[in-house]
Design a protein around this ligand. Structure first.
Ligand code: CU
Length: 304
């Protein structure tokens, strides 16, 4: 325990000389002098950095004690046999039961606190978007919450390689599905899947959330920096899982409105919802799979 003060001083000294990347524990999405990407990322990175500093301190103390024991109690010249074996040292036993317990409870408490805050839904988000995962792309519906039939939608296809057949080729960036969000507006994304389980991960937003078959998950946040951010599916979901990419474009309100208007002008109007899920055996009322084929039927949308 004598080592704690010097370690704390060392950490503080080290952190004061840190750049933004190091201060945020090398997590992505932080740029010096710029806003964080969302209203949640600072909280996530604080939890991360606090956790690893705590655990690093535990590690340093543990390493120090191991090295100290190995040196002080090493076998000296002329010694034979085993040294005196000690066991049932009560103070020591209590120490290494209680301290880990405190650490685990502490990590749990901070995680639970932050998770509760991050998972809280907005009462009235400025923007509501349905994001559908599907093998192997994404559909985005920009909801008109007052009139669902007046929503506009964007049908995605999986990332297309720039050079089919070549190894390690890039993807055609312009064809990657892109979700538009207005900066500094509260957003609720309803996460659903049209087929198997997927996971909606925006790397620089430091958060991902599963899309579970038959369930709706919600992610409420406020994007706070204009830019384009990479997203991908984080749940192995089949052959072209690795092509299940998307981008998030955080734009001004005017650019966002223009995007919605452009989709509207293309005729992408309506609630492009659960009716278009892949559910071939579902004969339930309203199922469209036996009816008119649509632009993104399971057969057409794969893209190859
Ligand atoms: Cu997926």
């Amino acid at each position: 325990m004598l080592l704690v003060p010097p370690i704390a001083v060392g950490v503080v000294l080290a952190l004061t000389g840190c750049d933004d990347l190091q201060l945020h524990g090398y997590l992505p999405g932080f740029i010096s002098g710029q806003e964080p990407t969302t209203n949640q990322t600072q909280r996530v990175s604080d939890l991360w950095v606090g956790s690893w500093i705590t655990l690093l301190a535990v590690g340093v103390i543990t390493w120090a004690v191991i090295i100290w024991a190995a040196i002080v109690f090493r076998r000296r010249r002329g010694q034979t046999g085993l040294p005196v074996q000690l066991r049932y040292n009560m103070p020591l036993e209590i120490f290494y039961t209680v301290v880990p317990l405190i650490l685990v409870l502490g990590l749990f408490a901070f995680t639970a606190r932050d998770q509760t805050i991050i998972e809280t839904r907005y009462d009235k988000p400025d923007v509501t978007i349905d994001a559908y995962g599907k093998q192997w792309a994404w559909d985005f519906v920009y909801e008109n919450t007052a009139n669902e039939d007046d929503s506009v939608y964007d049908i995605g296809v999986q990332a297309q390689p720039e050079d089919e057949g070549a190894a390690n080729t890039g993807f055609v960036e312009s064809e990657i599905p892109t979700l538009y969000l207005p900066v500094n507006r509260s957003v609720e994304i309803k996460l659903r899947t049209r087929d198997v389980n997927h996971s909606f991960w925006v790397i620089d937003f430091l958060y991902k959330k599963d899309m579970i078959a038959g369930q709706t998950n919600y992610w409420d946040f406020t994007p706070t920096r204009i830019g384009t951010y990479e997203g991908k599916c984080a749940e192995l979901c089949g052959e072209y899982h690795s092509r299940m990419l998307f981008n998030v474009a955080v734009v001004s309100q005017a650019d966002y409105d223009a995007r919605v208007a452009a989709l509207r002008a293309q005729g992408n109007v309506g609630d492009y919802g659960a009716l278009y899920d892949k559910d071939d055996n579902n004969q339930a009322e309203g199922s469209q799979n036996s009816g008119e084929p649509v632009g993104s039927s399971p057969n057409e949308r794969a893209g190859d």
